[in-house]
Design a protein around this ligand. Structure first.
Ligand SMILES: [Fe+2]
Length: 156
């Protein structure tokens, strides 16, 4: 069986890379959606949400970087153009969302999609003995599940 540079089964790692690229596309499309929320939010909670959305898109940028660098470590090619992101992503582009309720719902939906995908990839990674990928994504999930709770509490 062919092994890659970190001694993981080549073929299974490439399948994992494909899934990580979908996650990367989702993170990048979601990043731009959240930037739109940050720019377009209107209403009483403007100052709170404007700041919170900035925190979130910065966090997504860091996570995207970590996913891409894990793909490189697995000897894959991370997608890195807008057209590729849109092509691979499951999360859809959103434009001109401006109410507190709609922006927060958009955030919760996006986070839920990321968590679902991460949960699937963690299973795949563990089956390949790739506990490092599983660990990175488990860390992401813990943070994002907590954010889902907080943003849901905000709109209740
Ligand atoms: Fe800003």
């Amino acid at each position: 069986m062919e092994k890659n540079q970190v001694n993981l089964a080549e073929e299974k790692s490439q399948k994992l890379v494909d899934e990580l690229n979908v996650l990367l596309g989702d993170v990048q499309v979601f990043y731009m959606n959240v930037k739109g929320y940050h720019w377009n939010i209107e209403g009483k909670p403007f100052f709170v949400l404007h700041d919170k959305f900035e925190e979130l898109y910065n966090d997504l940028a860091e996570k995207g970087d970590e996913i891409a660098e894990r793909i490189k470590t697995l000897e894959g090619r991370p997608v890195h153009s807008y057209s590729e992101f849109l092509n691979v992503a499951d999360i859809k582009e959103e434009t001109d969302v401006s109410s507190d309720e709609d922006t927060v719902k958009g955030v919760v939906n996006g986070l839920q999609k990321l968590v679902d995908r991460e949960r699937n990839i963690i299973n795949m990674a563990s089956e390949n003995g790739d506990e490092t990928t599983a660990d990175i994504l488990t860390g992401f999930m813990g943070e994002q599940e907590k954010m889902i709770w907080m943003y849901n509490a905000f709109i209740k």
